[in-house]
Design a protein around this ligand. Structure first.
Ligand SMILES: [Zn+2]
Length: 243
């Protein structure tokens, strides 16, 4: 039987036109200016994020409409709310999630082709705590390193790599402390769900509720885990390896 992805062709790249690059650059600049007083930030990284959010919103709108157009209208439970626009316009922290489909908050994480190939997907431990407060799913998108007109060899559009429910990150991920001592949860490709399951999950309301996972104590060392990840044991493990 064909997977939902094959049926809906959900893996085909979401086209990015020149207007997307312009709008993303403007939004990144507004946000950069608004947050400047928080210290140095990276406008290129914000620009990448804005592009991914635009692609993700359009992709969701199109595929949800194909499933249930009446539920995507104003007031409908599948209406895609571009909360990222609010954050950029207001220069404030915004509503905490990047997008919202009905009541479901969604986080969009966008990678440039090069950094994704080199470092793969990971969510920092502190970031996960923040994301879980507002969002039920994290979507991973890949965008070309440069606009199409500068590099005709690159794919013309954003690629949806997959997604994970925020409640599953700690259980499915691989803990790792990076070179800067930051706690990262790496997400191998096999830990991600496919795009078709996201549309199904949203249509059936499977993502609308999520309970915070109780943190347990590590059986090996007795310290508090992050939803099952013991960072103290991880530290010891990596220290041993590097000795
Ligand atoms: Zn432990």
């Amino acid at each position: 039987m064909a997977s939902p992805d094959e049926v809906f062709n959900l893996r085909s790249p979401e086209p990015l036109g020149p207007e997307d690059w312009v709008a993303a650059a403007q939004a990144a600049e507004t946000q950069f200016a608004a947050f400047a007083h928080y210290g140095p930030r990276n406008p290129a990284k914000q620009f990448t994020g804005r592009l991914g959010e635009r692609a993700a919103a359009r992709w969701l709108e199109r595929h949800l409409k194909a499933q249930a157009p009446e539920r995507c209208e104003n007031g409908g439970d599948l209406l895609v709310q571009k909360t990222f626009d609010d954050a950029a316009r207001l220069g404030a922290k915004g509503p905490g999630c990047d997008l919202r489909v009905g009541v479901v908050g969604i986080e969009v994480k966008t990678y440039r082709n090069r950094s994704w190939k080199n470092f793969g997907i990971s969510v920092s431990a502190t970031q996960l705590e923040r994301i879980q407060e507002h969002s039920r799913a994290i979507l991973f998108w890949l965008i070309p390193d440069r606009p199409r007109d500068e590099n005709p060899d690159e794919p013309n559009g954003a690629q949806f790599l997959g997604w994970i429910s925020t409640g599953a990150v700690a259980a499915k991920g691989v803990p790792h402390i990076d070179g800067d001592g930051l706690r990262q949860i790496k997400l191998p490709a096999r830990s991600l769900s496919n795009p078709g399951e996201l549309i199904e999950g949203l249509c059936h309301g499977n993502l609308a509720t999520w309970r915070r996972i109780e943190s347990v104590v590590c059986r090996a060392c007795g310290s508090q885990t992050q939803q099952g990840i013991c960072w103290r044991c991880q530290e010891a493990r990596q220290d041993r390896r590097s000795d």
